[in-house]
Design a protein. Sequence first.
Length: 212
Amino acid sequence: MEMPWRSEAASGLQDGGRMLAHDAGETKAEGGLGLQFYWHDSCQVTSEVAAVAVTMSPHESGVIMAKSPINVVADLNTLLSDTYVLALKTHAAHWNVTGPSFQGLHSAFGAQYAQLTAAADILAERLRALGQPAPSGMKALLAGTTLIDAIPGNDGMLLARTLAVDHRSIAKACVEAAEKASEAHDSASSDLLVTRVEEHQKSAWMLEATSA
């Protein structure tokens, strides 16, 4: 049976406008820009739609989720693993640092550890929003990382230089991943990754300035 809001949804999608679905069962609406929306289990959803070609599908009952190309998802997984491993290395540096700059580096490593764990959480939530699983434990995180997973001792200056290199590496990977996400019209992932570039570059700069 044709749903009474179907034609309105299609015209709303063309205009990048507002769309409301009621008790749609499992019904699909398509707009003139290639936008596709699905509703599940008699949910009620209001969605603000941008004029870009994004596909959404029902991975969970009553929830609309976006899909992103597999290469963007793969990049997010790798960056999550790298971010989490760098957080653990930074925490280890916070615990073990020695030397004349102990107090400053101890505090800096502690602050950066907190920032990195928060960033890992945001990356994991983005994967879940895309309908993808986040890594289920340390084995998966270590399998997915591109970083060496241990600190090189306890000398403060060496630790700062080592962690700065890791930050620069992740920042570069975030730039490349953000470009892919932008090309795929996944603006949420792209914006998130641009923010991560800024944070990693700032952390690298502070560590490099300390260890120069």
